[in-house]
Write a protein that binds this ligand. Structure first.
Ligand code: FAD
Length: 472
């Protein structure tokens, strides 16, 4: 078995791992990037963020053709060429993953397509795709092995009609009926795709609400629209069993007023993700794993082994690509001996449904839970000229401020392009902007970004385009 040595090994080439490898190489380190997937980019590029957003783009287009008659435009029912759609999605992934490979080559990062397992704290055994094995010793390591879809035993009925998010993104067909188990962001995004393509989508959520982590004011307009696009949304409802039958997958559902036995052509299980911390020899190192399976790290992303760092989904919530990428920079800075901490206060969360939901920083319900006194201002998009001109006035921009300093502590947005709009809010929260900064900054007209300015104006009395008579 051959043995090689590297200064830094990065295990996992997702949005945590590959930016870490690139950044370390840019800092002059000799870097080896190991991933068992032949395509770099991790879950995000191959079976997460990117393919789901490509399909959501198509879904939005289809939905707009249905709404266009209101504006005097009539389209025929869109014809869906599934092969072409799959190929287009695949081509987006191929371009991006190919680009990463090129960037790795340009930076002289050695990319190894193999599964790595720790033999000890300075040695990895690499199992290559051709069946051969080799040994890699290292001075330093960054673990970025990510996460996988949670699939409880009760749903593992060994039938391809029961899918996880990876299976659903493959778009095997457009089932007549689809049961989505879990009303989190992945379930709602994928449910939206299939509903637009023509499936009758039923969402079952165990909790009394969709998108449990989000502000209720933001979820309300989304839920209203999803209720029109989905066949049914059952909250407070449990899936007790799944059974494969010739007619489809029979689901046993327990919820008030919910038909207890229902048959679906396909089922998507989207109830969360689990960190990939098992099965690659972490126990042969001193790296500690907590009871949820996340690697325990400090503020600089250092593990209990001082020369081993961990970033991304494996290092804890929120499991988001941009959090992984930021952690990559923090860990590399620390590895190069500089003082470094993951001290960001605003990690944006975006749900790419239609409308989109996005938030960052402190939310109103979190302030309540913390017993913290905050000022809340809201700007309804019904008063936005831009929202009106695109026929989408259901949105809302909501700002959470410190009542004394008027510092912007958090922002929540629901509406078209909320995911893009939240960028300004993240900068405001992260740089400790106060309401006056946003209110007195010129925002282009007519844009949805004006809703940020107008909600900040509301802190000082009235927003220009929204008047609420004062209570006498
Ligand atoms: P991953 O992307 O999981 O990459 C880990 C890599 O490590 C993989 O390539 C894997 O092959 C490799 N690996 C694991 N173990 C080993 C080993 N022992 N040896 C070698 N290689 C190994 N996040 C967002 O921010 N925005 C979104 O819109 C979004 N949408 C999503 C949609 C879906 C359907 C899903 C499933 C996820 C989505 N996410 C989104 C989450 C996002 O994909 C993850 O947060 C992100 O990919 C985590 O990056 P990571 O680098 O930590 O790990």
């Amino acid at each position: 078995m051959s043995t090689n040595h590297t200064e830094l090994v990065v295990l996992g080439g997702g949005p945590g791992g590959y930016p870490a490898a690139f950044d370390a190489a840019d800092h002059g380190m000799q870097v080896t990037l190991v991933d068992s997937d032949p395509k770099l980019g991790g879950v995000c590029l191959n079976r997460g963020c990117i393919p789901s957003k490509a399909l959501l783009h198509v879904a939005k287009l289809i939905n707009e053709t249905h709404e266009a008659p209101e504006w005097g435009l009539k389209f025929n029912q869109p014809e869906i060429d599934l092969d072409k759609l799959r190929n287009w999605k695949g081509s987006v992934i191929t371009k991006l993953t190919g680009g990463i490979k090129e960037l790795a080559r340009a930076r002289k990062v050695t990319v190894v397509n193999a599964r790595g397992s720790f033999v000890d704290s300075n040695t990895l055994e690499l199992a290559h795709t051709d069946g051969s094995k080799s040994t890699l010793t290292f001075d330093k390591c960054i673990i970025a092995t990510g996460s996988s879809p949670a699939m409880p035993q009760m749903f593992q009925i060994n039938d391809p009609r029961v899918m996880d998010s990876t299976g659903a993104l493959e778009l095997p067909d457009v089932p007549k009926s689809l049961l989505v188990v879990g009303g989190g962001y992945i379930g709602l995004e994928m449910g939206s795709v299939y509903a637009a393509l023509g499936s009758k989508v039923t969402v079952v959520e165990f909790l009394p609400v969709l998108l449990a982590a989000a502000d209720r004011d933001l979820v309300k307009p989304l839920q209203k629209r999803l209720e029109q696009h989905f066949h049914a949304i059952h909250l407070n409802t449990k899936v007790e069993a799944l059974k494969a039958t010739d007619a489809g997958i029979e689901a046993t559902l327990a919820g008030e007023g919910v038909e207890p036995k229902q048959v679906f052509d396909r089922v998507l299980i989207s109830i969360g993700r689990r960190p990939n911390s098992k099965g690659f020899g972490l126990e042969n190192t001193k790296v500690k794993v907590n009871d949820k399976g996340f690697i325990v790290v400090d503020a600089s992303r250092q593990t209990s082994e001082p020369h081993i760092y961990a970033i991304g989904d494996i290092a804890g919530e929120p499991m988001l690509a941009h959090k992984a990428t930021r952690e990559a920079k923090v860990a590399v800075e620390a590895l190069t001996g500089k003082p470094s901490e993951f001290d960001n206060i605003a990690i944006p969360a975006v749900v790419f449904t239609d409308p989109e939901v996005a938030w960052c920083g402190l939310q109103e319900h979190e302030a309540k839970e913390q017993g913290r006194n905050v000022k809340v201002v809201k700007f309804p998009w019904a008063a936005s000229g831009r929202a009106m001109s695109i026929g989408r006035t259901e949105g809302l921009t909501k700002m959470i401020l410190d009542p004394e300093t008027e510092r912007v502590l958090g922002v929540g947005i629901v509406g078209v392009n909320a995911g893009e709009l939240i960028g300004e809010a993240v900068v405001a929260v992260e740089t400790a902007a106060v309401a006056r900064d946003l209110a007195e900054t010129i925002h282009a007209h007519p844009t949805l970004s004006e809703t940020m300015m107008e909600s900040a104006e509301a802190v000082f009395g009235q927003a220009t385009h929204s008047y609420r008579p004062k209570k006498s």
